[in-house]
Design a protein around this ligand. Structure first.
Ligand code: HEM
Ligand SMILES: *[C@@H]1O[C@H](CO)[C@@H](O)[C@H](O)[C@H]1NC(C)=O
Ligand SMILES: *[C@@H]1O[C@H](CO)[C@@H](O)[C@H](O)[C@H]1NC(C)=O
Ligand SMILES: *[C@@H]1O[C@H](CO)[C@@H](O)[C@H](O)[C@H]1NC(C)=O
Length: 520
């Protein structure tokens, strides 16, 4: 038997494969753009895939390659990505030239996973514009104000639970606990379902919510990689990120509720109601279908369950590490309650300057969205990265990343950037948020639609909890904060362990006011 043809074809296949997996890895070298030399297949993601680094540190390392460059090259596995450093260019991409960068790179194949693919974050072009316009009226301050009441009920119950923990349970893993709070808030604000996940951790909402949002499992990461890189294969194999029975559960919740309300005329101050009311103001052609409503409701679940709980864990951790900050915050909370007969109102909460500063500073130091991404839809010429370089044309289909955490840590914009110092927001009130170097919720028309919802949800919780309890470092707390390496979601190493202690003296303990929301 003649082995030569077989050997030759094997070589040919290997060469083709090698060419395929390295074909894009020449781009930045060819154009003289600063980058870390890529390794085959992994590009610049090798250390992340081997779990040796966090995504934040990887981006910071990339960002710091050249402090004079307006942008840097990066290989996300096989895909070249431009990492922007220059704030004016960032503004150009996210705001001025937004029609050229209106999209995200598709994360899932919509034909296979309609519920995930129908979420606002995944929509592109005109479809995105249409749905964003339909959703925007849901998040105005007056609408958030009505949801504040529902949030406050959940937070008050949660604080009550924490302040009554038996001695031996006071050291707790905050992430597990806080997802119960965010779950209950979303279930209440979005789906008109009142649950208490602390008391009943086996309720379907919580169980399904946790499964459908934990994107970091190995299987899910693989599935998403297939969706992102070989969408036809995902379609062929019908690889679903969210299992059908879970998607059906969330769909049924919405369909049933809509049906009841249409039949009985019942109303509630939740997001579904807003969807339905807004439909009445539209031409029939423009109305949201029940499937649209189900997708968006699910998308708030998806966007708001893990983000808010992780970010709140980080706040809690920083408060435990900085007892002086915590005391000052508790003082502000006590005073606010005192001035409002023990009741936490929406307006009083939004007057709390130190609370605002503590949250904003946490979002600066540890933004859970470490980077933003945009996909180019029409060729765009970038100016030379460094003086003397040539301009570079971003081709349609190419990705841009904005390294949020690295910018938030740049001493050019923040003095002593690694220090947790809420006073930088307290004193300069608004100066930072207007500087262009602060973007925890993203930038431009595609920024987080739920930012006010999220801020309110976190503030309500902190007010109720800190009025009754203090948060302390525990034996299992890792200080300073360390994050899990090699995952895309920001998770504390070994979780977020902290100790909760009831306060001995606080407004709640000398108040006799019966109307007190947080001191019952
Ligand atoms: C602390 C909590 C949160 C953080 C840090 C956060 C952060 C972000 C970021 C960085 C983006 C991308 C923005 C961009 O590319 O410019 C985003 C998009 C989005 N977020 Fe949030 N988010 C949070 C909570 C929420 C909540 C509670 C909801 C829903 C109620 C939500 C719904 C969305 C949606 C729908 C989008 C996509 C917007 C679009 O593409 O038009 N987020 N979020
Ligand atoms: C985040 O990543 C960790 C570590 O891989 C994982 O255990 C956890 O379930 C993830 N959480 C979510 C909500 O994705
Ligand atoms: C909202 O939930 C309550 C109980 O949780 C229920 O009695 C009411 O019918 C629901 N409203 C609608 C309009 O679905
Ligand atoms: C904190 O951030 C929010 C938006 O993220 C902004 O509206 C607010 O003005 C900021 N507060 C201060 C004191 O900078």
């Amino acid at each position: 038997m003649d082995y030569l043809p077989i050997a030759l074809s094997l070589v040919a296949v290997l060469v083709a494969l090698y060419y395929f997996i390295t074909r894009n890895h020449n781009l930045f070298k060819k154009h003289g753009i600063v980058h870390i030399p890529p390794t085959p297949l992994f590009g610049n993601m090798g250390s992340l895939a081997r779990r040796q680094i966090t995504i934040m540190d990887l981006l910071t390392k990339t960002y710091q390659l050249d402090s004079k460059a307006k942008y840097i090259g990066f290989y996300e596995f096989l895909t070249p990505v431009i990492v922007l450093r220059d704030l004016d260019l960032i503004k150009a991409v996210t705001m001025k030239n937004v029609e050229q960068f209106s999209d995200h790179r598709p994360l899932v194949n919509k034909k296979v996973d309609p519920m995930l693919g129908g979420m606002l974050f995944m929509l592109n072009g005109d479809q995105w514009k249409h749905h964003r316009n339909m959703l925007s009226p849901t998040f105005t301050s007056s609408k958030i104000k009505t949801m504040f009441k529902l949030m406050s009920e959940c937070a008050s119950r949660f604080a009550e639970h924490l302040s009554n923990l038996p001695e031996e349970q006071r050291e707790t893993e905050m992430k597990g606990l806080l997802t119960k709070y965010t779950n209950d808030v979303i279930a209440s604000c979005v789906y008109n379902v009142s649950i208490d996940s602390v008391k009943e951790p086996n309720n379907v909402f919580y169980v399904y919510g946790k499964i459908s949002t934990s994107l970091a499992t190995f299987k899910r990461t693989l599935i998403i990689l297939v969706h992102r890189n070989v969408p036809w294969l995902a379609e062929l194999l019908q690889l679903k990120v969210v299992d059908s029975h879970i998607a059906k559960f969330f769909y049924d919740q919405v369909a049933e509720s809509v049906e009841i309300r249409q039949r009985t005329g019942a109303r509630r101050s939740d997001i579904l109601q807003l969807f339905m009311d807004n439909n009445k103001k539209r031409e029939p052609r423009q109305e949201m279908t029940v499937q649209d409503m189900a997708n968006h409701a699910f998308s708030f679940f998806f966007g708001g369950f893990d983000t808010v709980s992780s970010q709140t864990c980080i706040i809690a951790h920083l408060l435990a590490e900085n007892p002086d900050v915590q005391e000052r915050l508790q003082q502000e909370i006590d005073e606010t309650l005192e001035n409002n007969n023990g009741e936490l109102t929406y307006d009083a909460m939004h007057e709390m300057k130190y609370l605002d500063a503590v949250i904003n500073e946490t979002l600066r130091l540890y933004p859970i969205a470490a980077f933003l991404d945009r996909m180019c839809v029409k060729d765009f010429e970038l100016p030379p990265a460094r003086p003397g370089d040539k301009p570079f044309t971003v081709k349609a289909g190419m990705n841009i990343w904005i390294p949020v955490s690295a910018i938030h840590q740049d001493p050019k914009y923040y003095e002593n950037p690694s220090k947790f110092d809420p006073d930088r927001f307290y004193e300069n009130n608004k100066a930072i948020t207007n500087s262009g170097a602060y973007m925890p919720f993203g930038l431009g028309p595609r920024m987080c639609i739920g930012n006010r919802f999220a801020l309110t949800e976190m503030k309500v919780l902190l007010c109720h909890v800190l009025a009754k309890c203090s948060i302390k470092l525990a034996p299992r707390t890792i200080t300073p904060l360390q994050f899990e390496k090699g995952v895309f979601n920001l998770t504390g190493r070994n979780g977020f362990w902290l100790a909760i202690e009831p306060r001995k003296s606080s407004y709640c303990f000398f108040s006799v006011s019966a109307s007190a929301v947080s001191c019952n």
